[in-house]
Design a protein around this ligand. Sequence first.
Ligand code: ZN
Ligand code: ZN
Length: 354
Amino acid sequence: MENLKRIQNSLVECDIPALLVSEIENVRWLTGFTGSSGAVIVTPSKASFITDARYDVQARDEVKAPFSVHIFATPKTMNDEIADCLDANEITAFGFEAVHTSYAQYQKLVEKFPNHKVQPAPDLFGPLRMVKSEAEIETTRRACKLADACFDHVCRLVQPGVSEYDLGLEIEFFFRRQGAKLAFEPIVVAGERAALPHGKPSERKLQAGDLVTMDFGANLDGYCSDLTRTVAIGEVTPRVREIYDKVLAAQEAALAVMKPGVSAATVDKAARNAMGEDAKYFGHGLGHGLGRVVHDGGRLGPSSTDTLAVGQIWTVEPGIYVPGLTGCRIEDDVVVTSDGIEILTHSPKAFTQF
Ligand code: ZN
Ligand code: ZN
């Protein structure tokens, strides 16, 4: 229950008497519960887990002491059960997760608890979730391995006449066949459509001279991978090749400066500098934290205030997108180690023509 202790320490530091945790990924991170609905009331010394009768057996199996497990059934509601838990623990003031609570949910809380002090709490989970345990890193390693296997598999299909749809579907099939979920909808864009950084696959068929960008990841046992590779169909023009080489050089420059203590902005700058003039076609941040969700806490970007620390997992994904011509992105996942980084994705990056 290491994660529970970490949150309880944060509560003490921030002088929060009790916290209602309702964001489901935070609930899972805290308790190990894998169902889709649940909440936790945590104080510096106690923790109560609440879910409904659908998850009775599962919750008792997954959520262990020191959590107490509370199951409610219709017509009782989650808020009724929360009220009972607060009363049982004599809690009269509690914080809620302000960044994950809509205004309508907030209004409901205030209505339900007129005699409690209900206060917005800062995001205690975000900074803690950025630093992974060895078990979380190992699960991410497996998710990355699966993404590599998927790239290897889908490359067998890459040839003129195959559509972006075909490749996108094959990626989905591959992950599902391996018992994983999609970390996000795969992106497959070819030719002039490769200039769309987040384009959805279309009926566009691959043809000679195209670059094809494929961006996909697995969600395996709750942890995500996120891999992008760009490959060529037959011969490409010197300008297209130059774009590929610059993106690769930018990624290598960024990877080379990553180690604990380095600022996220410095890593981003290393990539942009390596692109020279073409940096003007690099319109997004260099990367993001990776974890229980694909865009987890942390950003590598020019205005980021994050600093690299041991145990953080980052994507590193520079791209150049020239409207009407083509685009290219190369993305790997890395974990920060005591003396640098370990790269978790290993698919080949040398310029490849099919
Ligand atoms: Zn990606
Ligand atoms: Zn990404």
